[in-house]
Design a protein around this ligand. Sequence first.
Ligand code: GLC
Length: 720
Amino acid sequence: MKTYKIDERSRKYRFGAPIETESLVINSMQKMTDNTLKYFKLNRKKNQLQFIYKMSKSDIVLGLGENQRGMNKRGGLYESFCSDDPVHTPDKKSLYGAHNFFILDGAEKFGIFVDYPSKVIFDIGFSQADELNITIEDENLDLYIIEGEGPKEIVEAFLVLLGDSYVPPKWAFGYQQSRWSYPDSKEIERIADSFLQNKIPCDAIYLDIDYMEAYKDFTIDEKRFPEFKEFVEKIKNKGFRLIPIIDAGVKIEDDYIIYEEGKKNDFFCVDEDDTPFVAAVWPGKVHFPDFLNPEARRWFGLKYKLLIDNGIEGFWNDMNEPAIFYTEDSLKKAISMAKDSEDKNLDINSYFNLKDQFSNLINNVEDYKRFYHKIDGKKISHYDVHNLYGHNMTRSAAEGFKEIDPNKRFLLFSRASYIGMGRYGGIWTGDNHSWWQHILLNIKMMPALNMCGFLYIGADTGGFSGDANSQLLIRWSQFSIFTPLFRNHSALGTRSQEPYAFDDESTNIMKKVIELRYSLIPYIYSEYMKAAIKKILYFMPLSFEYKDEMSKRVEDQLLVGDSLMITPIYEENAIGRYVWLPEDMLLCKIKSHQDTRCHVYKKGHAYIDVELEETPMFIRKDKMMILGKPAQNVEKINLDELKIIAFIEDGGSYTYFDDDGSTHSYKDGNYSEILIEIKKKAEEYIVDVENKGNYMVKKIHFEIIDIEGNVIEKTVNLTK
Ligand code: GLC
């Protein structure tokens, strides 16, 4: 594998004696003292550090991963503290992930990573328009400053420090169907059959918490899922993988093996008195495995084998901020207050006080100060390492898989995360709503997550809470076909939102949109794998490639991989939208893989018409998009013949990547690359295709569109 040179301008500043987060794999950069701190003014307050930067008018701030507000984070106040908050309104300061990396692109250009596992506050021009202020309630932390030519180079330098990205199996790039819940095997089978009857492609169906016996991790409710192993196989024979959820809390119940083993071996987080800490989540009272203790982490990770032995090949880790519904003490206090209030005349203050006692039970930050981890024999308050919890749960699973089946790629993603978790799994963006605003939020978050080292990412398409209508699902899916994780998931009690859950016309449109995803898999997979191997981005803001002022300000268009700019529709009833074209591009509006219309658009502002059944995408100048034919699932896609739509003025090249899709052997160079080159000579286009490796494509059909919109067709037969 390639070795990466660390930019000598990347610097590490150590303050005090921080807890090792192990978020970076490379620490060998220059270590600096704080009196050489560049860009920032350091302000030491009592037990607190503050880094202050004066922003110029033109500065934009990109990054911070899973967060609210714009792609440009300027104007906002953000608190990095993994939070189980299911209502993602713009006023929220924290979501599930803690992603303390951003870049400043303006008069000066640099990236900064605050490696500190508890609360960090980023005030990016919120309190004072021109001041960027980072506050940490501690004096022990590592700070990294990363420099480079421009924003893209800075991020790429950071990705090198993060190490090799998680890569899922290829089938995980197929469409995935989820709901809380498909509660029993009958319902799962009904869902699988509905996809087959409607001929809608799908690769995975999810098992939410009801598959377990009383919400106990690594158990199966045998009444709902009799003969689970045979059932997993039956569904796999129909072409679908089943993906169970794993929650962080372990139910307290005598004779439940996970509980008994965890207790016996001191693998649970403890309270002040060294007894396992009790909190309540789905099963009622639980203990939290101490994922920061390597032995406990290994113990829990190997438990995934119980499900893997039943044929399971993928998991989603949840409630790992960790979410706490209540603790015994706080609940007792609230109940006693309610009892005391029983016969009283509650006025405005006493009524709201009582109400708050109950509403503050859930995910109360004070509870995080009441339990402890054991790190290297030392007892450490959970609060001080809070943001590492979900990260280490996912690490536990990934390390477990490595022992259980070393060369197999498993699907794995998590809700809570910290920078560095992108090596172990992906993330989904948690409990969004069936709101149009959340399509836009989803669009803005994707490049920010990539910048923080998360490649396998996606949101609950169609929205988790609230009721979706068919139009919302269609428009959202037209965006999600570009996200590596494309999963439709919805909450208990909401309207069904499977692609066929609405009227026939919508079913037909959804079928074509999902088929388009499968046609795009050669491109999406190729771009994902190149991003993972070369440590580059999959989603980028326009400003990473185009240096004009407008491209810095565009928040609702993204670059996807090497060739595409996407301009999703995210407004209800819209039949088109405004776009910014930083150069001449080719707009392809795709109704189905047989019905694609492409037009050349000139650099500048434009309004494009986009009917509900059309997915718009722009091919950048001198770039090409590679397409296959859809199939019922990823393994059935026939890659013998591919199609390339190229928008060529002078000439362009593309590298198409493929591998076995199921093992880690791509890391040993076991993959194939097809190098495609189109050159303009006089008035002719010369196509050159070089096939390297084993995964052979037999034929490529070219549709080359020139700057005037003329179409030249060619077919190239490939031999090895
Ligand atoms: C959490 C998850 C959600 C899941 C639910 C039940 O809210 O974020 O995806 O469906 O728990 O397990």
